[in-house]
Ligand binder design. Structure first.
Ligand SMILES: [Cu+2]
Length: 272
């Protein structure tokens, strides 16, 4: 018993110091949701969490009540009944109802997450051992190689070069995700995206970042020795900054600048 308590205490101390050291960790709940997909996931999670908590509280109260009310000292003769129709119907109907609500909310969220928007930007993510390639097929450009470690990661003790996926704010981004060698996973927690990158098939995911900033992502499928270093950064910039970035990248490749005012709506909804 002592040993169990000691182990529990040690792990508690260790986890709390770990949280204190790595300020990117979120000890209570999910990271702040950025955009509709992440918000929907967080809402669904929180709803289920509060239902679980309510069920836990009701069951514990009933147990304590029964222990007290039906204690042997006050009830020397055991009760003789074995059924109670009302209680049995209630403990069947209430869980069925709870499950129905959870199913409804979950499928609703799934519909939003799995339905790719028709407008917006398309970006291809190709995972490999051990890094990422991000291509913009509509502009014939790729994310350039990173030249320095990302500040959010280096502050957490990870000295690793990280590629940026540059995306415009308030725009639907449709990701086409695949792998080159083994199975990886594209995971950007703040944006609510997590999907496997599988060689030989393309998986789809979308997000819409509603706030400019840097959002660290990483591979979330054990893929080999340096799996833990497969970070990337989703860099959300203003629409004008994004357009300038696209054209600067194209200029480096020797391509003509894109005239964004003439883009077909299926490719680019940014002028709206
Ligand atoms: Cu990996």
């Amino acid at each position: 018993m002592h040993r169990i308590l000691l182990t529990a205490l040690c792990s508690l101390v260790l986890t709390s110091t770990a949280f204190a050291e790595v300020n990117t960790a979120h000890p209570l709940g999910f990271p702040t949701a950025i955009g509709p997909v992440a918000e929907e996931i967080t809402l669904t999670y929180n709803l289920i969490f509060w239902i679980c908590l309510a069920v836990f509280a009701v069951v514990q109260i009933l147990i304590l009540y029964a222990i007290f009310k039906f204690r042997r000292s006050k009830n020397p003769v055991p009760a003789t009944f074995s059924h109670n129709n009302l209680v049995e119907v209630a403990w069947t109907a209430v869980p069925v109802l709870i499950c129905a609500v959870i199913a409804w909310v979950s499928f609703d969220a799934m519909k939003l997450i799995r339905t790719m928007p028709e407008d917006g930007e398309t970006i291809e993510a190709i995972a490999y051992q051990f890094g990422w390639e991000f291509d913009y097929p509509d502009y014939n450009i790729s994310s350039p190689e990173a030249e320095k470690a990302h500040v959010q990661l280096s502050s957490a003790g990870v000295d690793r070069y990280v590629k940026d996926i540059v995306v415009p704010v308030d725009t639907n981004i449709v990701m086409h995700i695949t792998g080159r060698d083994v199975i990886h996973a594209f995971y950007a927690p703040d944006l609510g995206v997590k999907i496997d990158a599988i060689p030989g098939r393309i998986n789809y995911a979308w997000f819409k970042a509603t706030k400019e900033g840097d959002y660290i992502g990483q591979c979330a499928e054990l893929c080999g020795a340096a799996h833990g270093e497969m970070f990337f950064n989703v860099k959300v910039v203003s629409k004008p900054a994004y357009k300038a970035w696209v054209n600067a990248q194209r200029a480096e490749n020797g391509d003509t600048p894109v005239d964004f005012s003439n883009m077909p709506s299926a490719t680019m909804a940014m002028s709206k």
